[in-house]
Design a protein around this ligand. Structure first.
Ligand code: HPA
Ligand code: ZN
Length: 356
């Protein structure tokens, strides 16, 4: 977004070890379930259900696509391959094990019920919660669910989705989100859905300012009255919005990597660096670890190197996801105490050698 480099040019500090950054306890709040499905799993599910995946999913261990709309086509096709509660269980379990292997202790998982018309909301949630319980038993990782509205399907369908969510109240479902193509429609279309969710006590987040401009972010704040912003890089081009959100300290769930040919990885790194330097309340996330970038531990390792983190910086980011998350206060306080103890335990290992 900016021409000014926000990254440290040449580090004079000793680098934090990758091993330390991987072990660092992390809380991730911006991660799409269907974007966590590795190609091999997607191919297995697609074959079982007779779904044809796009060519970019046919072989290899990464999806291949040129730009975000093409990536979304893969995402939608992978979503179509998840047709039973058991599929949701397997995918949720696998994704949380992968996160936990990189030090993730808490993940808020967004998923798009509207992309799975074969299943009821209750059936999908049965599978997701079974997978989440299993991953918790295996690794201790905790998770909560964000029901994400597919923005391309408009406000009426969104309202219908929120009504389904409220008809099946579940403690694990903590928020409503808004995602898919930011260039389709405006946030203002979703006011009724967001009002209904807020009245029922759900938290609210929305993707904005990644592909769209800052006016979309202002709509999310003023009309949808969100509690968090997903991405939000366009704030860098709007001084009024920037100072407003520095003052309010609303959390931004930034995503460190964008890894496809037409994405500007360096531009993303610069944006995140500038947002942090401007004093926004940022946390670091993977977004779609099987599709768009790597797992959250790789985000921390790369960010630590590019932003020249010291131990204090690493610890601040480790806790920032907890500050941004939508779990209940008792859970957050417990996790904060666990994170703080673990950060202290890890501190002597911060500059350990990675060569061992
Ligand atoms: N951005 C917006 N919508 C999405 C994404 C994303 O990265 N992944 C899945 N839906
Ligand atoms: Zn996202």
């Amino acid at each position: 977004m900016s021409a000014e480099p926000g990254l440290t040019e040449a580090s004079t500090r000793q680098r934090l070890s990758a091993e330390y950054l991987r072990a660092l306890p992390k809380a991730e709040v911006h991660c799409h379930l269907e974007g966590c499905v590795p190609p091999a799993t997607a191919r297995r599910l697609a074959e079982r259900h007779g779904v044809t995946l796009p060519a970019g999913a046919h072989d290899g261990d990464r999806y291949r696509f040129l730009d975000f709309p093409e990536g979304l086509q893969i995402y939608v096709a992978v979503s179509s391959s998840m047709q039973t509660p058991e599929d949701f269980r397997v995918v949720t379990h696998e994704s949380l094990l992968s996160a936990a292997a990189g030090g993730c202790r808490y993940r808020e998982i967004a998923f798009n019920p509207q992309n799975h018309p074969e299943l009821t909301y209750a059936e999908m949630m049965d599978g997701i919660l079974a997978g989440a319980r299993e991953a918790h038993a295996d690794t201790g990782i905790e998770s909560r669910i964000i029901v994400a509205i597919n923005r391309e399907l408009g406000g009426e369908a969104a309202l219908d989705l929120v009504r389904q969510v409220l008809a099946h109240p579940l403690d694990e479902v903590v928020a409503i989100g808004l995602d898919s193509n930011e260039l389709a429609g405006r946030p203002s279309e979703f006011v009724a859905a967001y009002d209904l969710a807020r009245e029922a006590g759900l938290k609210l987040t929305a993707h904005a300012g990644e592909h769209g401009d800052s006016t979309e972010m202002v709509e999310c704040l003023d009309l949808l009255r969100v509690d968090r912003i997903d991405h939000g890089y366009a704030a860098l081009l709007d001084p009024e919005l920037l100072s407003r959100t520095v003052a309010s300290q609303i959390p931004y769930s930034a995503c460190w990597f964008v890894d496809y040919p037409e994405a500007e990885v360096e531009g993303r790194r610069r944006d995140v660096a500038e947002m942090a330097a401007a004093g926004l309340n940022m946390c670091l996330n993977s977004d779609d670890p099987a599709l768009i970038g790597p797992e959250v531990d790789a985000c921390y390792i790369d960010a630590g190197a590019h932003l020249d983190w010291d131990v204090k910086d690493a610890e601040k980011y480790a806790l920032s996801g907890l500050d941004a998350c939508f779990a209940d206060a008792v859970t957050v306080d417990r996790l904060r105490a666990e994170f703080t103890a673990e950060l202290e335990r890890l501190r002597p290992l911060a500059y350990g050698s990675d060569d061992k």
